[in-house]
Design a protein around this ligand. Structure first.
Ligand code: F6R
Length: 339
């Protein structure tokens, strides 16, 4: 896992090279939807963090079997499944085909690749052999490059800066942090600007460190979550990690300081990690990277294998035995088997 994490700069660079070569039709659209689950869907959350204040086109992430009613022929839909075999994402793909949305696939193979080929749809084929969540740079940077090709954004400079920051980032402080957080219930907070990043950190702690964790964002958490801290007995094993950014607006800074003051002494610990870099993409990816390293260090301290995700594998297997949904979907849209 740590080898995958260290490969982040290389993965970003490779993703750009691979996605640049994909022919994207001259799609016209007025909204963007990212369809996926788990480690694949997080790329959509990060895209939303990155672009929501910059482009006027709405961006949404759908993590379910079916798409919301507004997805139509004027929607650009990224169907993203690293394995290419996740049933919810394949079910969304079928919805996309039926609604005639503009589809781009991102996958390392599986049914998604097969189906994109069958329908003659553009797709970015990223390398196989990773855990889906470890392939995040491939997924996110592929979407960004597709959007550049479609003229939605121009992030060349941000991409370059991000790769440089990821090469230079120091991880020693995160190792120390893991030591103080082990054996706690981990709670991760950030501003709403980084809501995709904070979700990613939480899910990496779940999957890599095998620990329960939760997340929330400022300012919303100041309207409900903080009241839960009034019950000290239930919080004395919680460790609060706040993802910070030097460009936070004054009001967010003030909220974080006041919130810390209200909860200190009621929780096991409060620590912060700070984003690095100038551009939004670099700041986001620096936090994602540090969160990944933290989750790896926690796995080491917990003496667990950060790579395996047995519960997910078993659940997917049992679902297949019970419902065999993918085959039903395949019949539903009459996909011919590829030779
Ligand atoms: C596994 C992981 C999971 C998967 C999810 C969907 O590393 O992070 O959350 O991402 O089960 O699978 P894919 O990404 O293959 O569609």
């Amino acid at each position: 896992m740590i080898e995958f994490i260290k490969k982040y700069p290389e993965m970003c660079l490779n993703a750009v090279k691979i996605a640049e070569k994909v022919d994207i039709p001259d799609y016209k659209f007025n909204k963007i939807v990212i369809c996926g689950m788990g480690g694949s869907a997080v790329s959509g959350d990060l895209l939303k963090d990155l672009l929501k204040n910059r482009i006027s086109i709405p961006i949404d992430v759908c993590r379910d079997y079916h798409l919301p009613a507004y997805v139509d022929k004027d929607t650009l839909t990224f169907c993203i499944s690293y394995s290419g075999n996740t049933e919810e994402t394949l079910s969304q793909f079928v919805d996309c085909v039926k609604r005639k949305s503009k589809i781009i696939g991102i996958t390392s193979g599986g049914k998604l690749e097969e189906w994109c080929k069958n329908f003659n749809l553009p797709y970015v084929l990223i390398p196989s052999g990773y855990q889906p969540r470890s392939a995040l740079p491939y997924l996110l940077f592929s979407i960004i490059v597709c959007l550049q090709k479609l003229g939605v954004v121009n992030l060349h400079k941000e991409i370059d800066e991000t790769i440089e920051i990821l090469k230079k980032i120091k991880i020693d402080s995160v190792k120390k942090l893991a030591n103080s957080m082990k054996d706690s219930t981990i709670v991760v907070y950030s501003s709403d600007e980084f809501s995709g990043v904070v979700r990613r950190v939480k899910t990496q702690i779940n999957e890599n460190s095998k620990m329960p964790a939760k997340y929330d964002v400022f300012p919303e958490l100041d309207h409900n979550e903080i009241v839960g801290y009034q019950n000290e007995r239930l919080n004395n094993n919680s460790f609060v990690l706040i993802l910070r950014d030097k460009d936070e607006p004054e009001e967010i800074k003030a909220r974080i300081e006041i919130t810390k003051d209200l909860i200190k002494g009621k929780v096991k610990g409060i620590e912060e990690i700070w984003a690095e870099g100038k551009s939004k993409l670099a700041r986001m990816m620096s936090l994602v990277f540090l969160g990944d390293v933290l989750s790896y260090e926690l796995a080491v301290l917990n003496n667990v294998d950060p790579v395996e995700v047995e519960n997910i594998v078993v659940l997917k297997k049992r679902l297949k035995e019970r419902l065999n949904l993918v085959e039903k979907l395949e019949n539903n849209i009459k996909i011919k088997k590829m030779k």
